[in-house]
Design a protein around this ligand. Structure first.
Ligand SMILES: C[S@@+](CC[C@H](N)C(=O)[O-])C[C@H]1O[C@@H](n2cnc3c(N)ncnc32)[C@H](O)[C@@H]1O
Length: 510
């Protein structure tokens, strides 16, 4: 039997939803190399990120093609040198593109040989086998490298400092049981960086464990059984801060749910009781969500394949919702990427970036304002994995200027209600009222050993009826002033005319 020659990189396993990745080895077929070359062509044409392009591949081939592409990219520089020195592309017309040559060369020189039956393309490469090997050896000697791995592109330094975070799925077992199980396997509570079997409990999130960044859990039976969820620490903040009810009558919405890590976290915090509506508008991602929820044994979740913005807050099904989690699409600029250093940096003009971020911000604000329309909602968490103030502080600032907040119905929660033990807060200069920044949570990639992240919590102050009443009483006087605006509201109204600032390059403050 042919053995599977690649280990699928951990980072890919984490980010594309992985539980559904099943190994399906395409025996002896050149198609595999054509597929790999096609992915490289799309990356060269800047049609998406590595993860994004790979996620579009058919599920059955995805894992293996991902490994081939990533390994080829790691060694692209030296493979290109060998290719140029050997003049292979000039001599062999059957090898129709540079990227096809690169993936084949990768397997010939760095793996277990070309995994395809004899055919014209394979023969075209093998005809030059001796020359290709000697060019490769010559380049290694020239570069003075002792082992092949020294030729690999180096990774994102920040990624190496981030532990492998593992959330214990308390819908299946307790964190105490998980800790005991790992200790019985020879692990010790010495911290994630002490040695390969060191681990620790997280100081902020109760059911989160920290392991060595090198630990491989994607094939672990505990992971495949849904008892462990591989989830970055910062991504555990939203559900924890939302603090959903854990009784039989609780009704909660996760408005933007797929792939579903925060949904399963909410479900676990609700002790699998009450009802959690999980909306996802994208059909393909909805299928992933369903699979993840089944795997995580979430019994209280009702997944809905619909756009949250089309859901009527007055629908009797949803009018008793008290907690809403909003983790909408964002630029993803906070994700510490273990792969994208393999691609040359993308060039986007400042104007294009500003337009893109402003579009996202408009949509994010719309989601918050829609959530605030649900009549019984008391707590709304808005989060992003972006580092840009345009999607974070500015969206919150604009939400505070909306009718829903100006009427006194909603305000930011006080800092003590938003993970008070976490030191890094919002950026005061990006808020109309700088004091509001203390209510916002930020995570800085590299500095906090997490991805870049942002969390805010809006809490209801008064009911819609009370707000209407207040509005009637505080109707504008003839001179246009209002009778009794609260001090806070006055500050916000004074600042209302402030224009949206241009997005900054990197707005993470310490
Ligand atoms: C950042 S991801 C959510 C990640 C998820 N919370 C998790 O932790 O696994 C945003 C998701 O929201 C979905 N989405 C965006 N806008 C939506 C809308 N208006 N209604 C429902 N889903 C939406 C996107 O398709 C995407 O799957």
């Amino acid at each position: 039997m042919t053995t599977f020659p690649y280990a699928c990189p951990r980072e890919f396993v984490t980010c594309v939803d992985v539980a559904c990745l099943e190994l399906n080895y395409l025996h002896n077929t050149m198609n595999f190399y054509f597929e790999g070359a096609k992915v490289l062509d799309r990356l060269d044409a800047k049609q998406g990120s590595i993860k994004g392009v790979i996620a579009t591949l058919p599920e059955k081939d995805r894992k293996r093609t991902a490994a081939l592409v990533i390994e080829t990219l790691k060694y692209k520089s030296v493979l290109n040198d060998v290719l140029d020195a050997s003049k292979l592309l000039k001599e062999e017309k059957k090898i129709t593109s540079r990227n096809l040559a690169l993936v084949l060369l990768h397997d010939l020189l760095l793996a277990k040989g070309i995994q395809a039956s004899e055919g014209p393309v394979k023969q075209a490469i093998l005809r030059h086998k001796t020359r290709l090997h000697s060019e490769f050896t010559r380049i290694k000697i020239k570069k003075g490298v002792k082992s092949v791995t020294e030729l690999a592109a180096t990774g994102d330094e920040r990624a190496a400092k981030i532990p492998r975070y593992v959330r214990i799925n308390t819908s299946c077992w307790s964190t105490e049981e998980a800790v005991e199980t790992f200790i019985a396997r020879g692990y010790s509570l010495d911290g994630p960086f002490a040695h390969s079997k060191g681990f620790a409990r997280d100081e902020h999130i109760p059911d989160l464990l920290l392991f060595s960044p090198d630990i491989q859990l994607s094939d672990d039976p505990l992971y495949t059984a849904g008892k462990l969820i591989l989830q970055d620490k910062a991504s555990c903040f939203p559900a924890y801060i939302l603090s959903p009810p854990d009784d039989d009558n609780g009704v909660v919405i996760d408005a933007t749910a797929a792939p579903g890590n925060k949904t399963s976290h909410l479900s676990a915090l609700m002790q699998n009781k009450g009802t959690l509506y999980a909306f996802e508008r994208d059909k393909r991602r909805f299928a992933t969500l369903q699979m993840m929820l089944a795997k995580a044994r979430c019994k209280n979740v009702q997944p809905v394949n619909a756009d949250f913005l089309t859901v009527s807050p007055d629908d009797p099904k949803y009018n008793s919702v008290t907690h809403i989690l909003l983790d909408p699409s964002c630029s993803g600029s906070g994700i510490v990427n273990r792969l994208d250093h393999l691609l040359e940096s993308e060039s986007e003009s400042m104007d294009d970036r500003e337009t893109r971020l402003n579009k996202l911000a408009d949509f994010q604000l719309m989601m918050i304002k829609h959530a605030m329309k649900f009549p019984s909602v008391k707590r709304i968490v808005y989060s992003t994995c972006s580092i840009h103030a345009a999607e974070n502080e500015h969206v919150v600032r604009d939400a505070l200027q909306s009718e829903e907040c100006l009427s006194g119905r909603f305000d930011l929660a006080s800092p003590g209600d938003v993970l008070p033990a976490w030191k890094r807060r919002g950026i005061p200069e990006e808020m109309n009222n700088p004091a509001d920044a203390a209510s916002l949570v930020r995570c800085s990639p590299g500095e906090d050993a997490t991805n870049g992240f942002f969390v805010s919590l809006f809490v209801r102050q008064i009911s819609t009826a009370e707000a209407e009443n207040k509005k009637r009483k505080g109707a504008p006087c003839a001179n246009g002033d209002e009778e009794t605006p609260s001090e806070d509201t006055a500050i916000r109204r004074r600042n209302k005319k402030k224009k949206r600032k241009k997005p900054q390059a990197l707005t993470v403050s310490s």
